[in-house]
Design a protein around this ligand. Structure first.
Ligand code: A3P
Length: 295
């Protein structure tokens, strides 16, 4: 019941990640059973591209009332269902069952490529928000996550960002191959029910991007409301907000008490330069050029 072929997926691809959740029932069959509704809001992205930030912004947009000031306490990541994985919003149910029972408009997120989404993505045209980010920053962000969660990297551990980038370019990371996932959604970026935004533009001009996103969601904001959402979802403020900062992922060293991993890590544009040499950056750019030609 999938919308297309999955033969491009490699063993480290999405299906593999999802099987970690449940070894008995093929997760893709469960996802395929999900019926999208027209008023669903679905954030689609490759991991580490700004998914959670986008979710926080959308939550605030959806809770905004007329011209009233934004009530930040209303917005919680727990409102979001992660369609291929268990998330707090599932409250012990399987993601698809939780989605079936959720009140509209449902807030959904996914890292799946387009053809792995249920067919109703085409027939029912949910509102899709596609967020993407400079790939070198994605790679460095993902590398830090892999350093902290060794089970993610058990097959191919990397000792440096450059080593990780090498694995990334060989599609030996979860959610690989990157270009397949990226392009599958990118191709739909001009569909009327698809809104695309980049991490970098959100960083550069959050107010305009937030207004543009709110218009797409049919929840127009006043300038003050857009300003307030930009303020509340600014990296430092969001990092302080227990409802939005994914603090459940924080890892501390048991002996020293030192923080080893924080989901809200740096939030930088072109922060990759601190971890990869210019030469290595060029190598990734060359790979991007080559891959772009293949798609
Ligand atoms: P870094 O590891 O580079 O800091 P995702 O949610 O798709 O997994 O993306 C995670 C990345 O987005 C992390 O990047 C995280 O710090 C960054 N991020 C989360 N919230 C942010 C915000 N409010 N502003 C800027 N970056 C944010």
């Amino acid at each position: 019941q999938l919308t297309g072929k999955t033969d491009k997926l490699v063993p480290y691809g999405p299906a593999n990640v999802m099987l970690l959740e449940d070894f008995n029932i093929p997760v893709m069959q469960k996802v395929a059973a999900l019926e999208f509704a027209k008023n669903d809001i679905v954030v689609c992205s490759y991991p580490k591209s700004g998914t959670t930030w986008t979710q926080a912004i959308i939550s605030m947009i959806m809770h905004a009332k007329d011209t009233e000031p934004i009530d930040v306490s209303q917005s919680k990541l727990d409102e979001w269902l992660y369609i291929e994985m268990n998330a707090p919003a599932c409250k012990g149910k399987r993601p698809v069952e939780a989605a079936r029972d959720a009140a509209p408009p449902r807030l959904l997120r996914t890292h799946l490529s387009w053809e792995l989404l249920p067919q109703s993505v085409t027939t029912n045209s949910p509102r899709i928000v596609f967020v993407h980010r400079n790939l070198k920053d994605v790679i460095v962000s993902m590398y830090h996550m892999y350093c902290t969660f060794p089970n993610l990297a058990s097959a191919h551990p990397a000792n440096s960002a450059a080593e990780f980038a090498e694995l990334f370019m060989q599609d030996k990371v979860h959610h690989a191959p990157y270009f397949h996932t990226f392009k599958s959604v990118w191709e739909h970026r001009n569909d009327p029910n698809v809104h695309h935004l980049s991490y970098e533009s959100l960083r550069e001009d959050p107010r305009s991007e937030i207004k543009r996103l709110a218009d797409f969601l049919d929840k127009p904001l006043t300038s003050q409301q857009a300003e307030q959402i930009a303020h509340h979802t600014d990296f430092d403020n969001m990092r302080q907000n227990e409802n939005l900062n994914s603090s459940a992922m924080t890892v501390t060293d048991k002996t020293t008490g030192e923080t080893k991993f924080e989901f809200m890590r740096k939030g930088e544009v072109r922060g990759w330069r601190k971890h990869l040499s210019e030469e290595y950056g060029q190598k990734i750019d060359d790979w991007i050029q080559q891959e772009a030609r293949n798609y």
